[in-house]
Design a protein around this ligand. Structure first.
Ligand code: ZN
Length: 716
């Protein structure tokens, strides 16, 4: 006990905080009040919610820290003078009990605290409620109201318990319309800042541009003030805000990718196939890292099959796949468990989580090395807001399709964000990919030109550079000179086609594994270009339109066959020491679309290999295997993490066809992988004893039979 006390009081905790080397932990909270406005007389709710038991369960599952529910939209789960207590708690104080028990085990305790949730507290304080443009209350807290002062009192109460930090959730402004906030406080503040009244709604003009800035700034100020207040009471208490700055979230949430990423001590985001897709598990971790390169990345996942609170328990391999994918991308992971209504803790869930956590901890030394990344996928928040507007999914589809193509083709990628891009960021990647980056400022174009002139390789797709800051079409591309072509027109169709023909020896790599003289669908936005300095390669074709389609009597949602060529499919331009390869169509959008065909994706792979023919590491593996490469330069060791995603086929549901969620992963897959390296490999080993591995100087071949494998290659 003395040892524990000394540790807790050690002065170097600020330099060596709990999260610095954390790998895995859990967040545990109750189920029954998550939708707010629950029955405050129902003493069954939380009747067994027990802080000591929660900590004991977390310890049995090998947790390195615990995040315990302290406050939601309805209740406090501690002794509060401000908030009502959950009705079933009786005399118990779960936060106090959790801390007492955790201190016996030297386990850091983080308090989970909600900001934005409708419920009893909001109902009691209508003066803090957000209002829409018509003045109607919209069931959320306004960040410019007096709510910040109330939040300060709440966090002060919780800090008095001696917690090690806060996980502050739901710092959003809503995830869909109606938007806020047009309350009297906001109106007055806006007028002071901008000298005129607010816009009347999402007008998508200069006024709305100011409104977006105002909204972003409101969230940023709230975060920063709350952070500073917590630190003023206890500088050693950590603060992290749950982040909603990446896809699928857009302006409505009130967060920009970079502006709202670094306001805590580390960044926390969520993943899970229920809200983000199976493929986005790794992408989220990379997106968060790009947003705050100097901070650690925490990602939360859940034990339920479909969602938090759903009371189901995933198969062990499904948990392992998500957990180990996140760790391979160098995130640390919080597993969220929502207890039963009364506070019951599912013993099988803890058994499986414990087994997955032990697996992770045994592999600890193999996580955290420097990633080896070949392609930087560019993300533009300005395009998200002003081209995406209220349908950002169209823009996200190109970004996510680019990512999907890179993962399926085993091309290691990173994310580059417009808000914090520098020439150094760009130069970290041999190739930068602009997936339908509609809006590019003069500064961004200058950086990209500089990057290419000095030898960088650029891939441009779809309608990149074709919109002004407000999302209006320019009639020309801001990238015209770099592309080496003029814009003739934008196609109004998405069912556009490409045919590989008359390719010639110079460009033959671009047609690898794609049949020639065969038009194939590359669904997505397209542009007709007229080359100036670029070489034109292959053909872009527009689709047929039926008479009824031309008369607007039939939709064009379903792809129609190819009609005639309208321009080149690809353009290659030499700029300085670098090269720019432009697709007139959108193989990225196509790859994420419902009409994804393999050849559309291969266009992107071929483009990468054409521009960078001898990558440092080349991986051949099934598309169901994700690979993550890291380098430990001091020990001259490459690690190839392999994550096998093995979900069986599914039926479609009766509604929303073909909407299909993948089945949880049950079985470990068996597959062959070939790794080719530019450096000579001296020694190659695999983590799993069951893996069969052979190697020669520049080639490693393995047959793997697990969800996660690490190939460890020492090179000369
Ligand atoms: Zn307001």
């Amino acid at each position: 006990m003395l040892f524990v006390a000394v540790c807790k009081a050690a002065p170097d905790l600020t330099e060596n905080p709990w999260y610095k080397n954390a790998l895995v932990g859990m967040e545990i909270g109750p189920t029954g009040a998550q939708f707010g406005y629950s029955d405050s007389n129902d003493v069954r709710y939380c009747s067994q919610f027990d802080g000591r038991e929660i900590v004991r369960h977390a310890i049995s599952a090998h947790c390195e820290y615990i995040v315990i529910w302290a406050r939601d939209g309805d209740y406090a789960y501690y002794e509060s003078k401000i908030l009502p207590r959950a009705p079933g708690l009786g005399k118990r104080d779960p936060l106090r009990d959790a801390i007492d028990e955790a201190h016996r085990h030297n386990l850091p305790v983080i308090a989970y605290c909600v900001v934005q949730q409708g419920g009893h507290f909001l109902k009691a304080h209508p003066e803090w409620e957000m209002r829409d443009a018509n003045g109607k209350s919209i069931g959320r807290f306004c960040y410019n109201s007096g709510y910040l002062e109330a939040m300060k009192k709440i966090v002060a109460e919780i800090l008095a318990y001696g917690i090690d930090g806060f996980h502050i959730d739901m710092l959003d402004q809503g995830f869909e319309p109606p938007y806020g906030c047009w309350c009297d406080t906001c109106r007055a503040q806006f007028e002071r800042e901008f000298g005129h009244p607010m816009p009347t709604g999402p007008t998508w003009d200069a006024l709305w541009d100011e409104m977006l800035e105002f909204r972003y700034h409101s969230s940023e100020r709230f975060e920063k003030e709350l952070y500073a207040y917590i630190k003023s009471i206890n500088p050693r208490a950590t603060v992290d805000f749950n982040y909603h700055g990446g896809p699928p979230f857009s302006f409505e949430v009130g967060q920009r990718p970079v502006q709202h990423a670094g306001n805590g001590d580390f960044i926390t985001g969520e993943t899970g196939v229920w809200g983000f897709s199976a493929l986005t598990v790794g992408l989220n971790a990379e997106f968060y890292r790009a947003a705050v390169p100097h901070q650690r990345v925490q990602v939360a996942m859940q034990r339920g099959v479909r969602m938090y609170h759903d009371q189901t328990t995933r198969p062990l391999n499904d948990i392992r796949w998500e957990l180990l994918t996140l760790l391979a991308h160098n995130a640390f992971v919080t597993m969220v468990d929502k207890t039963g209504f009364d506070g019951w803790l599912d013993p099988i869930a803890y058994e499986r989580i414990g087994s997955a956590f032990r697996d992770a901890q045994e592999k600890r030394e193999h996580f955290g090395q420097t990633p080896v990344q070949e392609v930087g996928i560019y993300f533009s928040s300005r395009t998200r807001d002003w081209v995406g507007r209220e349908k950002p999914e169209n823009y996200f589809q190109s970004f996510q399709g680019a990512h999907k193509a890179m993962v399926y083709e085993h091309i290691p990628y990173g994310v580059v964000l417009d808000e914090n891009v520098t020439i150094e960021t760009l130069k970290r990647f041999p190739i930068i990919l602009l997936p339908n980056t509609g809006i590019l400022s003069g500064k961004e174009v200058g950086l990209l030109r500089h990057y290419v002139e000095e030898g960088g390789k650029l891939i441009i797709t779809g309608q990149s550079g074709i919109f002004d800051r407000m999302g209006k079409t320019l009639g020309e591309s801001a990238l015209s000179e770099i592309i080496g072509a003029k814009v003739v027109r934008m196609l109004d169709s998405l069912d556009n086609w490409i045919v590989i023909s008359e390719i010639g020896d110079t460009f033959s790599q671009l047609s690898s594994d794609i049949p020639t003289n065969w038009p194939f669908l590359v669904k997505g936005p397209a542009v007709v270009y007229e080359p100036t300095t670029a070489s034109a390669v292959c053909k872009l074709l527009k689709p047929h339109r039926t008479t009824r389609q031309l008369e607007n009597k039939e939709s064009t949602d379903w792809p129609m066959s190819a009609e005639v060529p309208v321009g080149p499919a690809m353009l290659l331009n030499n700029v300085g020491k670098g090269k720019v390869l432009t697709f007139a169509g959108s193989p990225d959008f196509a790859t994420a679309s419902e009409h994804h065909i393999v050849e559309a994706r291969r266009l992107l792979r071929n483009a990468v290999r054409f521009l960078n023919s001898t990558p440092r590491v080349k991986i051949i593996a099934p598309v169901s295997v994700e690979s993550v490469i890291t380098d430990d330069t001091a020990n001259r060791t490459l690690r190839i993490h392999l994550l096998g995603y093995n979900s069986p086929p599914q039926t479609t549901p009766a509604k929303n066809r073909p909407y299909v969620l993948p089945m949880p992963v049950e079985d470990a897959p068996m597959y062959r992988v070939i790794v080719e390296t530019s450096e000579p490999v001296i020694q190659a080993t695999a983590w799993n004893k069951s893996t069969r591995l052979t190697h020669s100087e520049h080639k490693v071949e393995a047959v793997v039979n697990d969800i996660h494998e690490i190939l460890i290659l020492r090179y000369k």
